[in-house]
Design a protein around this ligand. Sequence first.
Ligand SMILES: Cc1cc2nc3c(=O)[nH]c(=O)nc-3n(C[C@H](O)[C@H](O)[C@H](O)COP(=O)(O)OP(=O)(O)OC[C@H]3O[C@@H](n4cnc5c(N)ncnc54)[C@H](O)[C@@H]3O)c2cc1C
Length: 162
Amino acid sequence: MHAIRQMDMHGGIKIALRFRERFWDETASFFSLVDPAPVWWTAAPGAPYLMGFFTGPRAANIAADNDPVATCLDLLSAVFGEQVREQLVGWRMINWSVDPWSLGAYSSVSVGAHGLRPALAAHHGRVHFAGEATALDGHAASVHGAITSGWRAVAEIEAAHE
Ligand SMILES: Cc1cc2nc3c(=O)[nH]c(=O)nc-3n(C[C@H](O)[C@H](O)[C@H](O)COP(=O)(O)OP(=O)(O)OC[C@H]3O[C@@H](n4cnc5c(N)ncnc54)[C@H](O)[C@@H]3O)c2cc1C
């Protein structure tokens, strides 16, 4: 319980913007911009979508923003010009912190929580734990960490039954 309380679960938010047409370089797969949204992916070739990715404190800031789309358009118009606002035809925001089955995006080691992952990963009697937060191989907060933690838990269960 100490480890659970000490570890953080960082938020993650994606904002997808749909435009009338692509006004960016057809070959670009993502744009690296500045705060408040440094990461922007483009969609499949030809599709007029941009997807902004906000994590950690940036996710908290955009979640508290009264008009997150206006904030995104302010940032993008500084790069692509005012056409960005006229081109917008739709948007969607996905916030993993308010998804009841996720309650966040990534486990994160806050100040004072260093070295606590092994406690999260430790089995409790016959109950074994997997999931990215319990990955002990340096791949926490990722799909590969989730997978390797599953392999570890299975190995523990097999060893317990030998
Ligand atoms: C927006 C976003 C982008 C990401 N991008 C990447 C990336 O590019 N590369 C990468 O490697 N990782 C990425 N990650 C991280 C990666 O998705 C996670 O680390 C990984 O999915 C965690 O897997 P998990 O099995 O530990 O947990 P989860 O995938 O969260 O699985 C937990 C499961 O438990 C279920 N559950 C929860 N509570 C209960 C309950 N009470 N009863 C029954 N079931 C319950 C949930 O519905 C869920 O299916 C991203 C995460 C987010 C949110």
